[in-house]
Design a protein. Structure first.
Length: 339
């Protein structure tokens, strides 16, 4: 009788698990955002070689010869992350350029496995050289690691030669571990905090589950999203996270843990918007305040209510409006520089 009861209990749990999984997938399927996020725009493909020979995959959207917005995605993402902005900005008459960071999406793994933040800055320079004609300037916008790449690029290049405005979203330029809220510990235990954050999260090389479950979705929601994110938005990012190679994820994570780019910010001498999420556990608003304080031409500091680390997904209309505003400010002449 005991074994029969255990078997019956196990069968009931298995049935409940199947039912729960079906309900989970139905919530995603019924989410109106799913239709948008599962049909990304198709761009004109462009192959770009970075300074160290790493092959980068880029795509161009919208009308040619229009004002250009270059979108730089974040850690464990790919260019499809910008689906909302690509569609809206190109329909608004802007040329949008999005590219996969080294080791992400359809770009090649880094030459000599170099995933330093400085290399991501050199990748941006290669993209700008390829898509921004001489005597024109673009808007550059980065999310998380993408914004770090912009800062690194600004520290080593003539900013105003190719860029006229910038946007930093959900990012930091240093002390990422000390200020993260994923593993809150007392200040006296910061050494433990760093060990857990680097080896247990940022630098973890363990493969991820290949299929989404209610548990993995809840974990990703906790880590990366605010309370208002929809099931399809969480699932959309989870697919990108799963597809990112574990060695790339870990190598970049370790590079971010050692990040110190405060000195580069004063060189970003163009109007810049900084955006943070009120509920961002990875790069809380304290990072945005620190960045805003060091920018020579802060255009606006925005902290979005009920928003986590994924502002371009969670609040796409706000992000699109900001980028449209920067493109308009840059000028109706498509960013042509004065003679």
């Amino acid at each position: 009788m005991l074994w029969g009861s255990l078997a019956a209990g196990a069968g009931a749990l298995a049935t409940a698990g199947v039912v729960g999984q079906r309900r989970f997938h139905k919530r995603i399927a019924d989410d109106p955002e799913r239709a948008v996020l599962t049909k990304p725009s198709e761009g004109r493909q462009l192959a770009i070689s970075s300074a160290d020979g790493t092959a980068l995959h880029a795509e161009l959207f919208g009308p040619e010869h229009a004002a250009t917005v270059v979108l730089v995605h974040g850690w464990t993402e790919n260019l499809e992350y910008w689906t909302y902005q690509i569609r809206a900005l190109s329909e608004h008459g802007l040329q949008v350029v999005a590219y996969d960071l080294r080791g992400h999406g359809n770009s090649a793994p880094a030459s000599e496995r170099d995933y330093s933040i400085e290399r991501f800055g050199e990748d941006l320079e290669a993209v700008l050289q390829a898509v921004v004609p001489e005597r024109r300037r673009a808007v550059v916008a980065g999310h998380s690691l993408g914004a770090m790449a912009i800062a690194a690029w600004a520290g080593d290049h003539d900013v105003k030669r190719r860029v006229g405005a910038a946007a930093f979203m959900n990012t930091g330029v240093g002390d990422l571990i000390a200020q993260q809220l994923l593993v809150p510990v007392p200040s006296a235990a910061q050494a433990v905090n760093k060990t857990i954050a680097v080896h247990g999260f940022l630098g973890n090389r363990a493969p991820l589950p290949r299929f989404s479950t209610p548990l993995t979705a809840d974990l990703i929601r906790y880590v990366a999203f605010g309370p208002a994110a929809s099931p399809a938005q969480v699932a959309f990012y989870e697919r990108m996270l799963i597809s990112c190679p574990p060695d790339v994820r870990a190598s970049v994570g370790i590079a971010m843990s050692e990040l110190e780019l405060d000195d580069a910010l004063p060189r970003l001498t163009v109007p810049t918007v900084v955006i943070a999420g009120e509920n961002d556990r990875m790069t809380p608003p304290s990072h945005a305040l620190r960045i805003a304080d060091k920018l020579p031409q802060l255009e606006q500091l925005i902290v979005l209510d009920d928003t986590g680390h994924m502002a371009p997904l969670e609040r796409p209309e706000v992000i699109t409006k900001v980028l449209q505003g920067l493109a308009t400010k840059l000028g109706s002449d498509a960013g042509v520089m004065a003679a």
